[in-house]
Design a protein around this ligand. Structure first.
Ligand code: AMP
Ligand code: ZN
Length: 118
């Protein structure tokens, strides 16, 4: 069972923000912003590559509701899903990072080699 499936099954504790039949949201253990929440489907899906587009409509509502709940909706926030090796995905269970609580930058991407993007 993968790490996030163990969190879904309450075998590993997490600081849970919201939960319904389909999705779970909890605080990232290593936050990269003042607010850093992970939203995941309870059903195991490896990554964004495998997700059924129709299930994303419910996920979208879930993420929007979390932003309201933790009061970052008005100030703004960032939603990221890392995919595979180049995306830097470490946990192979689809998750959306919800980052906010301060002004975020693109600093991390400033060293990208734009010449080799094709
Ligand atoms: P990614 O690199 O996109 O796969 O992101 C995985 C995220 O999961 C990282 O931001 C980690 O800090 C976070 N993480 C790893 N283990 C846990 C855990 N037990 N509880 C909460 N977040 C975790
Ligand atoms: Zn899983």
């Amino acid at each position: 069972m993968c790490l996030f499936c163990q969190i879904v099954n309450k075998k590993i504790p997490a600081n849970i923000v919201a939960e319904n039949n389909e999705f779970l949201a909890f605080h990232d253990i290593n936050p990269k912003a003042p607010v850093h929440i992970l939203a995941i489907p309870k059903k195991h899906i490896d990554s964004f590559i495998e997700v059924a587009p129709e299930s994303m409509s419910h996920m979208t509502t879930f993420i929007q509701d979390i932003a309201k709940e933790v009061k970052i909706e008005k100030s703004g926030y960032r939603v990221i899903t890392n995919v595979g090796e180049h995306g830097g995905q470490e946990v192979k269970h689809l998750h959306f990072h919800i980052l906010g609580g301060s002004k975020l930058t693109w600093e991390e991407f400033s060293n990208a080699d734009h010449k080799n993007n094709l």
